[in-house]
Design a protein around this ligand. Structure first.
Ligand SMILES: C[S@@+](CC[C@H](N)C(=O)[O-])C[C@H]1O[C@@H](n2cnc3c(N)ncnc32)[C@H](O)[C@@H]1O
Length: 238
């Protein structure tokens, strides 16, 4: 299959990352849902991560996905139809932040986390602000009981985890994977910002590898194990 730069600019395409998001969803969210929970998502992309995890789990609830990019929405809706999941995964072609949203027990997202001085990059909708965590912080300020969020070792991971703690979250569980820098994170403007952040201990990576973590934040009763310290230690290790 040939993937042209045009397509990469149109719809988020990074199978390695999307597969890992899907794995985290299945292991940390869908397999822990017991009834007909409602789940809300920022940034469905082509819908494949949620579709895959829905197919692999016994989940009786509904996922409401918000996606701003109309081309991604079209692709997601076609896939949802193809897999017979129209009653379980509903896509809203709207900005997550400007819409009224159904109540939900879980917020899920592989959010935009590319750091850059401004959003004039290949895909402006992947811009996560100057240090990559602006959107993720906005999500954590919305007070959902549980939030499964993907966080990157080159996007100020310690700042983000500290922010989550100030918002009353602790970490119920997490999964970490090494990923290679891809099309979007290798863009010169993004890479330059990541290199600047590294000098200030806000980005951690080796030559072509960074770490991505699926982190389940929760406001429910705290366990005795302090996973925040362990997560910071691992995410800043490279
Ligand atoms: C990193 S991609 C993840 C896509 C998909 N979940 C995946 O993992 O393959 C982030 C997605 O968020 C979307 N997005 C960015 N800002 C958004 C917003 N405010 N509301 C809804 N979607 C948004 C982008 O268009 C993009 O598709």
């Amino acid at each position: 299959m040939v993937t042209s730069a045009k397509l990469l600019k149109d719809i988020f395409f990074c199978p390695e990352e999307s597969n890992f998001y899907s794995h985290c969803l299945e292991a940390l969210v869908f397999n822990n849902c017991v009834g007909s929970e409602s789940i809300i998502e920022l940034g469905s992309g082509d819908g494949i991560p949620v579709i895959k995890s829905l197919l692999g789990a016994k989940f009786n609830g509904i996922v409401h996905g918000f996606e701003m990019n109309p081309l991604s929405c079209e692709a997601a809706e076609a896939k949802i139809e193809q897999y017979g999941l129209t009653d379980k995964y509903i896509i809203h072609n709207k900005s997550f932040f400007d819409s009224s949203k159904p109540n939900a027990e879980y917020l899920i997202s592989n959010p935009p986390y590319l750091p850059a001085l401004d959003n004039k990059i290949y895909q402006p909708l992947l811009h996560g602000g100057i240090d990559g965590i602006t959107i993720t912080k906005q999500l954590l300020s919305l007070d959902y009981e549980n939030a499964l969020l993907m966080i990157s070792s080159y996007s100020n991971p310690e700042g983000l985890i500290d922010y989550a703690v100030t918002k009353g979250y602790h970490i119920a569980n997490f999964i970490i994977s090494p990923l290679t820098f891809g099309y979007y994170s290798s863009e010169l403007k993004v890479k330059t910002r990541i290199e600047e952040m590294r000098i200030n201990n806000m980005a951690f990576y080796s030559q072509n590898i960074y770490l991505l973590a699926g982190v389940l934040f929760t406001k429910q009763t705290k366990s005795k194990v302090n996973l925040s310290t362990e997560l910071v230690r691992l995410m800043t290790a490279l």
